[in-house]
Design a binder for this molecule. Structure first.
Ligand SMILES: Cc1cc2nc3c(=O)[nH]c(=O)nc-3n(C[C@H](O)[C@H](O)[C@H](O)COP(=O)(O)OP(=O)(O)OC[C@H]3O[C@@H](n4cnc5c(N)ncnc54)[C@H](O)[C@@H]3O)c2cc1C
Length: 344
C-alpha cells in the first residue's frame, strides 16, 4: 500500500521533493498544502518574490527530473559575471567560468508546479492552496490547517504516514520539534532587511547595463542593491540595507523614492517609473531569519527540509541551492543534511 505523504509548503524544496518521491513509482500518495494562492492562476504577486541565482548545486538537483532543467532555463537568464558599479560612474567586472541560471522565485515555483501537474494525476498528487498549517501533532500523526480563502477560515485536520515541513524559515512543522528532547534550534534575525524592486517597463535597448551580468551597487552605510535582467526583458532585484539606521524606512513619497534611486543608483533610477517607485514604497520591508537545527527528523515519520531546516542570509545566494541540493535515495545522502528518516 502506498504511504500518505503530507508536504507543508509548495516552495522550491517541497515541490522538488514531490517530484523525487513521485518519480519512485507508486510508493507514495502526495498531498501538498500551501498557504499562498496558486501562482499559476493569480496575477504575478510582487510582494514576496525576488530573483534567485542557481548554480551547479541547485541545477544538478533539478536535472535529475526529466525535462525540468530545460523548462527552467526557458524562463531564466544565464549570468556570466557580476558588475560592481561605483559611485563615480566606473565599474568593475568579475566573470564566472560557469554561468549562473537566474529567475524569479515565483517563476521557479510555477515551472515545478506545471511539471508536476503534467506528469501526475489526482490519484498520486493533490495540491491544496490557501491552506495555512496551524499546528502539528506528531503523536497522533495529524496536521491542522485553516482555509484562508474561505470566509471565517474554517479549520480542518489531515492525517499522514510521513510529514515533511518545507514551510520556510518560519516553519510551523519545525515548531513541533520544540517538544522533542534535546532538539536545539537557533533562530536569528540577520542584521539587514530587504525590499524587492521591479522595473516594470521593458528596459530600453540603449541602456549600457549588460543583460548577461548581475549588477550591484554598494553604499557606505552597508546598503547593497542587486539587479538583474529577467527573461521577459524587465529588470528586477532586491535592496538589502541595515535593519538599524538605514535610508529606506524614511522614504515617504514616490518622489523621495525616485530621488533616492537617482542619487545612489543612477542606472536604476533612470529606468524607474513613478509606478515602480510607488510599488516600491508600498511594498513592506522583509526581515531575514537564519535558522540552524540540531536535527532534521523526528522518528521515521517527520522531516524538515529547505529553509525550514537550515536558512541562511539571502546575501550569500545559496539558500535555494542548498534547499534543492539533496538526494533522497539511500545511496546518495545530502552532504549538509544528515537525514535519518528511514521511511524515505
Ligand atoms: C531577497 C532574497 C534573495 C535570495 N536569493 C537567492 C539566490 O540568489 N540563490 C539562492 O540559492 N537562494 C536565494 N535566496 C534564498 C531562497 O529564496 C530560499 O533559500 C528558498 O526559497 C528556500 O526554499 P524553501 O522551499 O525551503 O522555502 P520557501 O521558498 O520559503 O517556501 C516555503 C513555502 O511554504 C509556504 N508556507 C510557509 N508557512 C506555511 C504554513 N504555515 N502553511 C502552509 N504553507 C506555508 C510559503 O508560502 C512558501 O511557499 C534568496 C532569498 C531572499 C529573501
Amino acid at each position: 500500500m502506498s504511504k500518505k505523504v503530507v508536504i507543508v509548503g509548495a516552495g522550491p524544496s517541497g515541490l522538488l521533493l514531490a517530484h523525487y518521491l513521485l518519480q519512485r513509482g507508486e510508493n507514495y500518495q502526495i498531498n501538498i498544502y500551501e498557504r499562498r494562492s496558486d501562482p499559476r492562476i493569480i496575477s504575478f504577486s510582487k510582494s514576496r518574490t525576488f530573483p534567485i541565482s542557481l548554480n551547479e548545486r541547485g541545477m544538478s538537483a533539478l536535472r535529475q527530473i526529466e525535462c525540468l532543467e530545460a523548462a527552467i532555463k526557458a524562463v531564466s537568464v544565464e549570468m556570466t559575471g557580476t558588475v560592481f558599479h561605483q559611485k563615480n560612474g566606473k565599474s568593475r567586472i568579475t566573470s564566472r567560468q560557469k554561468p549562473l541560471v537566474t529567475l524569479d522565485r515565483t517563476n521557479l515555483v510555477i515551472v515545478l508546479l506545471e511539471r508536476l501537474a503534467q506528469k501526475y494525476n489526482k490519484s498520486r498528487l493533490d495540491i491544496y492552496f490557501d491552506c495555512q498549517c496551524q499546528a502539528v501533532n506528531f503523536k497522533n500523526k495529524t496536521v491542522n490547517f485553516k482555509n484562508i480563502a474561505v470566509e471565517n477560515n474554517p479549520d480542518f485536520t489531515v492525517n499522514y504516514d510521513l510529514l515533511v515541513g518545507a514551510d520556510g524559515a518560519n516553519s510551523v512543522v519545525r515548531a513541533g520539534f520544540l517538544e522533542i528532547e534535546n532538539f536545539v534550534c537557533e533562530q536569528k534575525y540577520y542584521p539587514t532587511d530587504y525590499k524587492s524592486i521591479f522595473l516594470d517597463e521593458q528596459v530600453n535597448s540603449s541602456t549600457e547595463l549588460k543583460s548577461d551580468n548581475i549588477h550591484t551597487w554598494r553604499l557606505n552605510d552597508g546598503t547593497l542593491m542587486v539587479a538583474l535582467f529577467q527573461a521577459d526583458g524587465t529588470m528586477s532585484g532586491a535592496i538589502n540595507f541595515p535593519s538599524e539606521k538605514n535610508q529606506i524606512v524614511g522614504l515617504s513619497s514616490t518622489q523621495e523614492v525616485l530621488s533616492f534611486f537617482r542619487e545612489n543608483f543612477p542606472e536604476i533610477g533612470a529606468m524607474m517609473t513613478e509606478s515602480a517607485a510607488k510599488d516600491f514604497l508600498d511594498r513592506p520591508i522583509a526581515k531575514i531569519l537564519t535558522v540552524r537545527c540540531s536535527q532534521y527528523h523526528h522518528g521515521d515519520s517527520v522531516l524538515i527540509i529547505g529553509d525550514a531546516a537550515h536558512a541562511v542570509s539571502s546575501s550569500i545566494g545559496q539558500g535555494c541551492n542548498a534547499a534543492l541540493e539533496w538526494r533522497i535515495s539511500s545511496g546518495d545522502r545530502p552532504p549538509q543534511f544528515r537525514y535519518k528518516c528511514s521511511s524515505l
